[in-house]
Write a protein that binds this ligand. Sequence first.
Ligand SMILES: [Zn+2]
Ligand SMILES: [Zn+2]
Ligand SMILES: [Zn+2]
Length: 266
Amino acid sequence: MELPTYIKEVRQQLLADEISWREALECLQEATKKKKPWQYKEWRQERAILIKDSCLQCGISAESVPMVLQHLWQPRKLAIIFDQLTTAKIAANADLRNQYIDSLKKNSKKLNNIVIGDRECCPKCESTSIKFLKGSQAWKCSGTKSCKTITGYNRKVTCGNLFKEPAVRKELTPEQKREISKIKQDIWSKACVKFDEKSIRESHGKQAILESIQDSERYYSLKDTTTFCKKCAYLMDIKKLLLCPNCNDFLPISHVLICSPIMFIH
Ligand SMILES: [Zn+2]
Ligand SMILES: [Zn+2]
Ligand SMILES: [Zn+2]
């Protein structure tokens, strides 16, 4: 059958930019909820003409089991269409964004002028998490490192070293670390605005809906159908199996597509 009138109307309005792709999507979803393809009179009439009196896969006769008009092709989900249209562009956008981030970091005066100073640390593990204990007149290290246990789990172990004189190492202060992460965060936000991913998807909305309608048109046309018995239809739809004519066994659809592609040619 032809596309239902409401879908044709939506397509026309969308092509003429009278409605946005989101409005088109809403119309389509609303209408499909109310009426399924097989509830149309034309669909039922065409089905009656197309359906054969035996299963075209296993050969069983309609006298023994009910037959169904089986679709060998399914319309793509909208999310899949969006992915197909935008994945490469989104990846290229991400590359450009990362290059931009790198150049901003490289040219950031603030980032490049941070001086790493000397800090007192534990002579054993070099952690700067050390504290002077007045009572015992010694320094204590509370630095931790993660160790693998015999069973393979990561466990945090505290150093606990007691010492009289701290060693010295070059390290950023906590304030400097916070400042750096704030600068990096700002650079990231700026880059995400400049190389916006959402706008890529948004700009492909119209095309995605049009392709989705095209898929529906093919589905409604019933041209990719064949006659299956209930069992063969169930095995295909639920178990994703087809009877491979070469191997004479029910095997995954992906196998049959390669072993006997003729099944899908009409
Ligand atoms: Zn069958
Ligand atoms: Zn230590
Ligand atoms: Zn096979």
